[in-house]
Design a protein around this ligand. Structure first.
Ligand code: MN
Length: 457
C-alpha cells in the first residue's frame, strides 16, 4: 500500500515509532537543523513549537532507502525498478476543483510576509538566511501546456521575494523562453507533498516529461491537482502549503552562500528572483524542511539517479544486476555497479557507461554480483582483493564534472573507474569466498543470541 499524502506517511512513521515529536520550543535558526541532523537516517522529526510560528515543521521523512520503498508500497530491491517503470510510463494527473483541494483551505494574496507566515529554518553556519529546501517548483511550458517540476533552493530575501538557483535544466530553459519574450515565468512552490511526488520531482527525464505524471505512475493512481489562484499552474491538491509567484525577467539579485549536498557551501552570486503573489495552506499545515546533505536530501537525489544509471549501464552490459549511488559520494559522485560478467572487459564497459550517464559521476567501482554493493566494507573488500591498478584502473583526465566538487577547477576534473570483477579465466578456488557451513540457517535463539544484527539484511 502506498502512502498518498504527506500527512498519511508522517502518521505512519509516528505509529511505527520512527517519528520523534519535539514539544519544546526550538529556534528556526540552527536548532531545528541540529536536532534533525542528530536523528538523520534513523528517525523523522516533527517540531511542534518552532519559535515565532504556529505551523509545525517536519524533517527526515524519507531518510532511509527502505522507508522510500515502503512509502511507495514496494520492496527495497524493487525501488529502482519501480522508479524506472514510472519514468517510462507516466500516468495523467486528475484535476479537482478548489473545494476538493485541502491546500486552498487558507489563501493569502495580500500583505504577504513569508517569514511571518511560514516557519522557514536557517540550516548551516554560513547560509545567507532562511531557505525553503523542500519546495517543488512547478512551471508550465506554454507551447505544450506540460508542466515541469524540480526542487530548487529558495532563499527568502524579502516579505514576498525569494532568490532561486536555476541550474541549466528544464526550469531555466522555460524561464529563458519567457524572458526572451519579456515576460515573467509563473511558478508555484509546493511544500509538504506525498513521498511519490517528492521523489518524482527528482527524475532525470527528457525535457517535456511532466514529473507530476511520474508521481501518478509511482502512486499507481492519478495525483489530484488543482489550478492555482494567481498563476496558470496546477499543484498537488493535497500539499500542505503552496507559494505562488513569478520568476522575474531581467532581474538578478544576490543569493547564497548555501550549504549544499557535497557538504560544502555553494557561493553567493546574482541569481533569479521570484516575486510571491499568494500563499495557500491547509487549515492545520505542516511545513517540510529538508536538511541539506542529510540522508533525505541525498536519497531523493540518489534513487532517481540510480534508475537512470541502471538503464544506461544495461544498454552496454545487459547482465547488470544493481547500481548504488553511495551516501559517502553524496549520492551523486560515486557509483558502485554489480554485474554478472559473461565476457571479459565488461567491467570496463560498465565504467564507461557510468561516465556517459552523468557528468556528476566521478568514481565508479564495478564488482561481481556476490558483493553487497550497499555495504561499504564489502565494496572495499572487493577493491582490496580483486583489483590491480595497472590492469583494472580506468582514468579519464580533464573532463567536465560537478562544479560543486571543490577539488575540480570550476567543474573540470578527472574520472576514475575501478574494475573489481574477477577475471573469467581465474582458478575458481583462488577467489572462493570463505564460508562456515550452516551459518545462514542457524537458530540463534538456541544460544540466547536474539539481538538483531546491524548491516546486511
Ligand atoms: Mn523536467
Amino acid at each position: 500500500m502506498a502512502f498518498l499524502s504527506f500527512r498519511a506517511w508522517l502518521e505512519h512513521l509516528r505509529e511505527t515509532d520512527r517519528l520523534v515529536d519535539v514539544e519544546v520550543e526550538v529556534s528556526l535558526r540552527y536548532e531545528v537543523a541540529a536536532i534533525a541532523k542528530r536523528l538523520d537516517g534513523r528517525k523523522a522529526v516533527m517540531f511542534h513549537r518552532p519559535a515565532g510560528s504556529s505551523v509545525p515543521v517536519a524533517s527526515g521523512l524519507v531518510s532511509q532507502r527502505r522507508w522510500i520503498a515502503e512509502a511507495l508500497g514496494c520492496a527495497p530491491d524493487d525501488l529502482v525498478h519501480r522508479f524506472r517503470e514510472a519514468c517510462e510510463q507516466p500516468m495523467p494527473v486528475a484535476h479537482v476543483s478548489e473545494g476538493d483541494a485541502p491546500v486552498y483551505q487558507r489563501v493569502q494574496t495580500e500583505g504577504i510576509d513569508l517569514l511571518k507566515t511560514l516557519p522557514i529554518p536557517t540550516h548551516h553556519e554560513h547560509d545567507a538566511g532562511p531557505y525553503v529546501t523542500a519546495g517543488l517548483v512547478i512551471v508550465r511550458d506554454p507551447a505544450t501546456r506540460k508542466q515541469n517540476v524540480a526542487i530548487h533552493r529558495l532563499q527568502v530575501t524579502g516579505p514576498d521575494r525569494m532568490g532561486v538557483l536555476l541550474l541549466p535544466r528544464h526550469t531555466l530553459h522555460l524561464f529563458r523562453q519567457a524572458e526572451a519574450a519579456g515576460r515573467p515565468l509563473e511558478c508555484a512552490v509546493a511544500i509538504g507533498v506525498d513521498p511519490a511526488t517528492l521523489i518524482a520531482s527528482q527524475a532525470s527525464t527528457p525535457f517535456g516529461v511532466d514529473e507530476l505524471e511520474i508521481a501518478s505512475a509511482l502512486r499507481r493512481q492519478p495525483l489530484p491537482v488543482v489550478r492555482c489562484r494567481t498563476v496558470d499552474v496546477d499543484v498537488p491538491a493535497e500539499a500542505e502549503i503552496v507559494i505562488e509567484g513569478r520568476i522575474l525577467p531581467h532581474v538578478r539579485e544576490p543569493e547564497g552562500p548555501f550549504g549544499e549536498f557535497p557538504r560544502y557551501y555553494g557561493p553567493r552570486s546574482d541569481k533569479h528572483v521570484i516575486e510571491v503573489t499568494a500563499v495557500s495552506m491547509r487549515d492545520d499545515p505542516v511545513y517540510h524542511t529538508i536538511v541539506p546533505a542529510g540522508y533525505e536530501h541525498l536519497l531523493l537525489g540518489g534513487i532517481p539517479r540510480e534508475a537512470s544509471l541502471f538503464e544506461t549501464v544495461r544498454q552496454l552490459v545487459p547482465t547488470v544486476r544493481a547500481v548504488h549511488m553511495t551516501p559517502g559520494g553524496s549520492c551523486r559522485y560515486h557509483a558502485v555497479i554489480a554485474i554478472r560478467k559473461t565476457e571479459e572487459g565488461q567491467g570496463k564497459n560498465a565504467i564507461l557507461a557510468a561516465f556517459a550517464n552523468s557528468f556528476d559521476i566521478k568514481h565508479v567501482v564495478v564488482v561481481d554480483e556476490d558483493v553487497d554493493i550497499y555495504n561499504p566494507e564489502e565494496v572495499e573488500w572487493a577493491i582490496a582483493t580483486r583489483f590491480q591498478a595497472d590492469r583494472d584502473l580506468v582514468l579519464v583526465e580533464q573532463t567536465q564534472g560537478s562544479k560543486l566538487d571543490p577539488s575540480t577547477d570550476d567543474g573540470l576534473g578527472s574520472k576514475m573507474g575501478l574494475d573489481c570483477t574477477v577475471p573469467l579465466n581465474a582458478d575458481p578456488f583462488r577467489f572462493r569466498r570463505i564460508t562456515i557451513p550452516g551459518f545462514g540457517e542457524m537458530d540463534w535463539s538456541r544460544y540466547g543470541l536474539t539481538d538483531s544484527f546491524e548491516g546486511k539484511e
